[in-house]
Ligand binder design. Structure first.
Ligand code: TYD
Ligand code: MG
Length: 475
């Protein structure tokens, strides 16, 4: 078979070059050229996009394409098939969708293969309690490129999946995978992982951006054409991005990321993008001896277990998707060298620098000659600004070496002018904290409840200075 022609395309501007170059000749970006296949020109000779002289042929082509009024198109509800794993269904927006493509990313060893094998097995089983004449489970195919069939079998035994009906294909060549999918037409297929799949048509190595992008594009096209739901497993690079600068994210319908600390047993699956459901919903799992188990009530799992409060620790009530969760924020402020460090784990570092500036300017508390480290316990990543107040209170608590009172929680966004802004759905957050036995809260004024909440003393504040004052009176 003759090799197809390849060109190098810039991932930033789309400019092309026949040779690989370090710098894109069109936009000047570095290291953005990736190899891709040139599709052979069809008989109709697609008009060149750049040349105006090709314009007359557009008219001929336009007659062949039909235009429909939006109101005439029948809107169909998307049919979802629940996987039976509730926490996974929650992030998927109800279940898997026919022809939908899901990308699931995460660090190695975090549990991607485990979760997907469990999900495929659950889907392929007849629902428990169903009678014999009801349809059997779905046809599912697990394409493994990283492990052998025997290793997958070993994992399934460990997970206690006896008599599993999941079909397994150990293959990494794209063309063979596509042919098998087309022949078997399973309802759902998992490609574990997309980085191991390679196409003969490209000369670059498996796992390179060009290969990953090309293979994912082919698989996506097959999913749309045949209705097979496809789940692509992707590894995350050291910087936390999927290999191939976000090239896969816009190609697929749903993007899920695994988060969490491999040292703790809790794992979060977060929806970053979902054409079929809400984003920012999270699923919470615990890794056990027999695979991942959903945690239905996760609000208290990110608290470390101190018997007595310690300096530098403040509990935050954060909102993850639709659920409030309590997360402990820890800070350590220690005398630094000539250029003090600001480090954060699970929280944005730029925001930390901003908060330290607000603390200095508006509350007169300076950390200029101190190293500041901040950590969200349990490997959870917090992106909402409502964490600001808890971060500041943990920092001042560490700086002074005085712990916050027992049963203390805080939330609220802090602005550059030193104002404390309300967080969305404050009532729910407060109620969850009260339910878990917390007794003192410092919250934005606009979030103060109209009716008192039993067992919870609330200090409503408008400004950072007030928050510091309120805490000092409690310590
Ligand atoms: P795995 O699903 O292989 O991760 P990924 O596919 O994301 O790389 O997860 C492997 C880890 O999970 C490994 O460290 C062992 C652990 N594990 C359990 O704790 N219990 C189990 O039942 C299984 C199957 C794995
Ligand atoms: Mg794996």
């Amino acid at each position: 078979m003759s090799k197809e022609k390849t060109v190098y395309t810039c991932t930033e501007c789309g400019g092309t070059s026949l040779r690989w170059l370090g710098k894109c000749p069109s936009c000047g970006a570095w290291n953005t050229l990736v190899e891709s296949v040139v599709a052979p020109a069809s008989a109709a000779a697609a008009p060149s996009r750049n040349r105006l002289s090709a314009a007359p042929s557009f008219a001929a082509l336009a007659q062949t394409a039909e235009v429909t009024l939006l109101s005439d198109i029948e809107a169909q509800d998307i049919a979802r098939t629940p996987t039976g794993i509730d926490e996974l269904d929650r992030v998927l927006g109800g279940g898997i969708v026919e022809g939908g493509v899901v990308l699931i990313g995460g660090d190695p060893g975090i549990g991607k293969s485990t979760l997907l094998l469990q999900a495929l097995d659950a889907l392929s089983r007849r629902p428990s309690g169903a009678s014999a004449d009801e349809p059997a489970g779905m046809d599912s195919l697990y394409v493994t490129g990283e492990e052998s069939g025997a290793q997958v079998a070993l994992r399934s035994r460990r997970l206690g999946l006896d008599h599993s009906q999941v079909q397994v294909l150990a293959e990494i060549q794209l063309e063979k995978i596509l042919a098998t999918l087309d022949r078997l037409r399973p309802s759902i297929a998992v490609i574990d992982s997309i980085q191991t799949v390679y196409s003969d048509q490209l000369t670059s190595a498996p796992g390179s951006v060009a290969q990953v992008r090309e293979c994912a594009a082919h698989l996506t096209r097959l999913a749309k054409a045949t209705g097979v739901a496809i789940v692509l497993v992707g590894h995350v690079t050291k910087e936390g991005a999927l290999a191939g600068p976000r090239v896969l994210e816009h190609m697929v319908d749903t993007v899920l990321y695994f988060e969490g600390d491999t040292h703790s047993s809790f794992r979060l699956v977060r929806a970053i993008k979902n054409r079929f459901g809400a984003v920012n919903e999270i699923g919470v799992f615990a890794m056990t001896e027999r695979g991942l188990k959903g945690v239905a009530n996760p609000s208290a799992i990110f608290l470390s277990q101190h018997a007595e409060p310690v300096p530098g620790s403040c509990v935050l009530v954060t909102l993850e998707g639709t659920r409030p969760m309590l997360v402990e924020i820890q800070a350590l402020v220690d005398s630094g060298g000539p250029s003090p460090r600001r480090l954060s784990v699970g929280l944005e570092r730029d925001r930390l620098a901003m908060l330290l500036a607000v603390l200095h300017r508006h509350a007169g508390i300076s950390c200029a000659d101190q190293d500041v480290f901040v950590n969200a316990v349990g490997g959870v990543r917090i992106s909402e600004p409502a964490a600001d107040l808890a971060v500041l209170l943990s920092i001042t608590s560490s700086l002074r070496g005085r712990s916050l009172p027992k049963g203390f929680i805080a939330f609220g966004e802090v602005g550059l002018a030193g104002e404390v802004r309300p967080a969305p759905r404050g009532q729910e957050r407060l109620k969850e904290a009260a339910k878990l036995g917390f007794s003192v809260a410092v919250v934005p004024k606009a979030n103060a409840p109209k009716k008192p909440i039993e067992g919870l003393a609330i200090h409503a504040v408008d400004r950072v200075e007030e928050a510091m004052e309120a805490v000092r009176s409690l310590q």
